[in-house]
Design a protein around this ligand. Structure first.
Ligand code: SF4
Length: 73
């Protein structure tokens, strides 16, 4: 699952690009390539644990993750 704040935009905030780039709607800015791995939960990363921006916003009452599953180790 990718981060619910992740979007792809060709332009925002005065910057524009030829192709859509990862954009964080929580931080309202384009995402650095290294952080995009967190946004997309690539490798063993998890936006819900590894992104302080997400954690900051998720604590603001927009919690929509399903708890109670995922113990598949
Ligand atoms: S930077 Fe954090 S909050 Fe923003 S889209 Fe990526 S994982 Fe989500």
């Amino acid at each position: 699952m990718t981060c619910p704040y992740l979007a792809y935009r060709e332009s925002a905030d005065g910057a524009s690009f030829d192709e859509a780039r990862a954009y964080c709607e929580a931080a309202e800015r384009f995402v650095q390539p290294m952080r995009a791995d967190i946004c997309n939960d690539r490798f063993d990363l998890d936006h819900a644990e590894d992104c302080e921006i997400y954690l900051d916003h998720a604590g603001d009452g927009d919690e929509s993750d399903g708890r109670g599953e995922g113990d598949d180790a």
